[in-house]
Design a protein around this ligand. Sequence first.
Ligand SMILES: *[C@@H]1O[C@H](CO)[C@@H](O)[C@H](O)[C@H]1NC(C)=O
Ligand SMILES: *[C@@H]1O[C@H](CO)[C@@H](O)[C@H](O)[C@H]1NC(C)=O
Ligand SMILES: *[C@@H]1O[C@H](CO)[C@@H](O)[C@H](O)[C@H]1NC(C)=O
Length: 188
Amino acid sequence: MKAFQVLLALLLTAAAADGQSFHFGSCPQPSVQEDFNITKYMGTWYEIEKLPAKFERGKCNQATYSLLVDGTVNVHNAELLSNGKINSIEGVAKVKDPSQPAILGVSFFKGVPDAPYWVLSTDYQSYALVYSCSDFFGLLHIDFAWILARTRMLTGDIISKLHDKLAAAGVNVSHLTVSNQTGCDIMI
Ligand SMILES: *[C@@H]1O[C@H](CO)[C@@H](O)[C@H](O)[C@H]1NC(C)=O
Ligand SMILES: *[C@@H]1O[C@H](CO)[C@@H](O)[C@H](O)[C@H]1NC(C)=O
Ligand SMILES: *[C@@H]1O[C@H](CO)[C@@H](O)[C@H](O)[C@H]1NC(C)=O
């Protein structure tokens, strides 16, 4: 029990220090996009808003997904750092249960467990709402959310609909931050 308490304290401290969104209780189970078609979801998405994620330090954040022959997805995330350099990382996403195609796991480092990647809503052509939540022993959870778009901006109408969906999932949308997508000409 003691080791467990220490671990929990460490997790809480790490989460708080990172400014991440941690909460008590287990993860919510929001509904995901019905009849999700991964093929239509491939291509480039730009980050419009997100729940604080400190590991993304730059601006002009974007993700490019491509379907591989084995059915997994290559993930290429890129951002522009303040020093003008482009920082990028490659990962792999996969659907674990074919009966739940909108629920993926993403991994950027070998040996590190997949992070959940739930597509809550998308029309494939303009917007996508992604949610990721991990819980620890059902006592504590940390969540992330991203509003993505096919262009570097999204209409207020769509954003407010996506906020409603996130709020329904129990996310406090006032914690979302707007991503800077200006001055991104250097990005492909
Ligand atoms: C998914 O989308 C692709 C590309 O538009 C299409 O060819 C395919 O038939 C769709 N799959 C299903 C199951 O609708
Ligand atoms: C949402 O977060 C804001 C800012 O932290 C806080 O003031 C507000 O009470 C929160 N709302 C809910 C419903 O938890
Ligand atoms: C976004 O980036 C541009 C170009 O680097 C900068 O001029 C602008 O102040 C930034 N906007 C915000 C809200 O930080």
